[in-house]
Write a protein that binds this ligand. Structure first.
Ligand code: NDP
Length: 549
């Protein structure tokens, strides 16, 4: 067996690729075949190095790598260029670049990284004390890359159309042949399109009202923080008042039920136009205002969103679309379905199943609007750009597929017994408690890690200065909020009974969505927190479902 100089777990100095700089690294493993060591830098970057690129630590350097921030070694080798000098002068920081380095044996990729390094513009220490660089354009594309996002962009609108057509069938089997496509005039009506535009602009008007507190978002790459007005709950109250007044004046909400398909298509058309506008708008955006998820490829960026926070003055388009027209629209659609059920089934009162679906989903929307500030730290706001994915998701997918249970009940009555209803209510409450407590615990911890109310919780420090919760809800599974969300999703579908799979579409889709989202978040956390994240994964092995996954 060939001899090796360094042992696993040993803390040594590893050369930073393309430079003569050495940083503290931990030896993770050694490959006898290639004679390469896999090492881990303090920012979590894993890399394969040759033995000649590794040196013993200076003097009596630390022997245990604990993931805590250490000073960058400044005396390793003379600095060769200006950028290296800037990096080393940021004494208390370590390199937090978002690009990830690939194994040395992947020569082509290494070259790409080198050019990426050259493109990075150093900006100096941010108010957070970390050393920030301009947003790099990603090369590792998510969602199956260009073919994947092209398929999604064509497939999702078709899927919405299919689901709505199926749901209107007498026997809406999820897997049966789709009904014939209606004639164009049945799919498109200009007045419905006008109604949709009116809805969107009325919501925009509510967003502009100077009520509700103004808060700051998370720091951007240049250290700035954008301001956001939180008045989503007021928008819901005003919308309820407007809808109530409309009903009082005898305006027939049933029109929305009879034109549901046209409404969904109008929303789809609008989301496509909005996505085109967003892409064109982003072409003028400076590089450091682009989303970290953008790639430089036009198709991919059209999908994922090129610009991180597109704004018209103070009007934040992404923040507005995330919770207002779609989420409040979902509640209104549910109400329309409740009234349609009474009319079509000639009932004097809505069914218990319909009441539960409406109340459960209203609670979810009220909760989201009540906790509107929490949106500012989600992946959607801080990572993804605003493109087709979020525009279509927020404006079409959420209101028109999340209301599928209520739509289903209009033509497929299901009489729910009170004992069964009680079990479903208990399930919903259980899911809600997990969802809310987990989200609130993390939000409170992120706001103030030394909050005395959280003093009993165990944490792991990470090299970014932030800590991770490893007990309480976040010690139960790694995404307890997703678990709660999924339990609630099941409780929304159960009132529809078991005659068809269609009302469970949301549960199936949402499970897939959250598993995918969890994997994306996991990937990002691994990059952000490196070894500390691995320690967390060891302590809390299950991702969403205890003892299963
Ligand atoms: P999360 O709210 O779960 O946030 C993930 C982030 O939390 C991580 O990136 C990390 O960020 C931080 N974090 C992770 N683990 C820990 C820990 N142990 N201790 C402290 N911080 C930790 O992500 P989402 O934005 O995906 O979800 C927000 C909510 O929205 C969820 O409740 C989800 O269920 C819901 N949702 C609903 C959807 C729907 O369609 N109904 C769709 C998507 C989400 P950092 O360390 O940087 O703070």
């Amino acid at each position: 067996m060939p001899s090796r100089k360094f042992a696993e777990g040993e803390v040594v100095r590893g050369r930073w690729p393309g430079s003569s700089l050495y940083y503290e690294v931990e030896i993770l493993s050694h490959d006898n075949k290639s004679q390469l060591y896999t090492v881990k830098y303090k920012d979590g970057t894993e890399l394969e190095l040759k033995e000649s690129d590794i040196k013993k630590p200076f003097g009596n350097s630390v022997a245990v790598y604990n993931g805590e921030p250490e000073h960058v070694e400044k005396n390793a080798t003379p600095h060769k260029n200006k950028q290296e000098r800037v990096i080393l002068s940021a004494e208390d920081s370590y390199i937090t670049t978002q690009y990830s380095l690939r194994p040395r044996r992947e020569e082509v990729k290494a070259k790409e990284i080198e050019s990426e390094e050259q493109n990075l513009v150093t900006k100096g220490p941010s108010p957070l004390g970390t050393f920030q660089v301009s947003t790099p354009q990603r090369k590792d594309l998510e969602f199956g890359g260009i073919p994947g996002v092209s398929f999604i962009m064509l497939g999702l609108p078709a899927c919405v159309l299919l689901l709505l057509l199926q749901c209107g069938q007498k026997d809406p089997r999820l897997l049966s042949l789709p009904p014939p496509l209606p004639a164009l005039h049945e799919l498109w009506e200009t007045s419905v399109c006008g109604l949709y535009l009116l809805w969107f602009f009325v919501q925009a008007l509510f967003y502009l009202l100077p009520v509700g507190k103004v808060v700051e978002g998370t720091p951007l790459v240049d250290g700035r923080r954008l301001k956001y007005r939180l008045n989503g709950l007021y928008a819901l109250i005003l919308t309820s008042a407007a809808v109530g007044t409309a009903v009082f004046w005898g305006i027939e909400l049933h029109y929305l039920y009879t034109h549901f398909l046209q409404l969904a298509l109008a929303a789809t058309g609008f989301s496509v136009v909005l996505s085109v506008y967003l892409y064109v708008h982003s072409l003028k955006a400076p590089r450091d205002e682009l989303s970290p998820a953008s790639s430089g490829n036009a198709i991919y960026d059209f999908f994922i969103g090129r610009e991180l926070n597109p704004r018209l003055g103070a009007f934040d388009l992404k923040f507005f679309c995330e919770l207002r027209p779609g989420l409040i629209g979902w509640v209104v659609i549910n109400l329309v379905m409740l009234l349609a059920e009474m009319k079509i089934q000639e009932r004097s009162a809505p069914s218990l199943a319909m009441i539960l679906v409406n109340i459960f989903q209203l609670l979810y929307v009220v909760d989201a609007l009540w906790n509107e500030e929490a949106l500012l730290t989600t992946m959607d706001i801080i990572h993804d750009g605003f493109g087709f994915m979020l525009a279509f998701g927020d404006l079409v997918w959420v209101p028109f597929t999340y209301s599928l249970q209520a739509f289903y009940l209009v033509n497929h009555p299901h009489e729910l017994s009170w004992p069964l209803a009680s079990v479903i209510i208990a399930l919903k409450l259980c899911g809600y408690v997990i969802f809310r407590c987990a989200n609130s615990q993390k939000n409170a911890f992120r706001k103030n890690p030394s909050d005395p109310k959280l003093a009993h919780l165990k944490t792991i420090h990470t090299s970014t200065g932030k800590s991770l919760l490893v007990s309480g809800w976040w010690g139960f599974v790694r995404h307890p909020n997703y678990l709660g969300d999924l339990i609630m999703a099941l409780a929304w579908s159960l009132p529809c009974g078991f005659n068809h799979l269609l009302p469970y579409f949301y549960v199936i889709y949402f499970t897939a969505l959250l598993i995918h989202r969890e994997a994306r978040d996991e990937h990002q956390c691994r990059r952000k927190y490196g070894l500390a994240w691995e320690k967390y994964c060891q302590r809390v092995p299950y991702r969403i479902f205890p003892y299963i996954y």
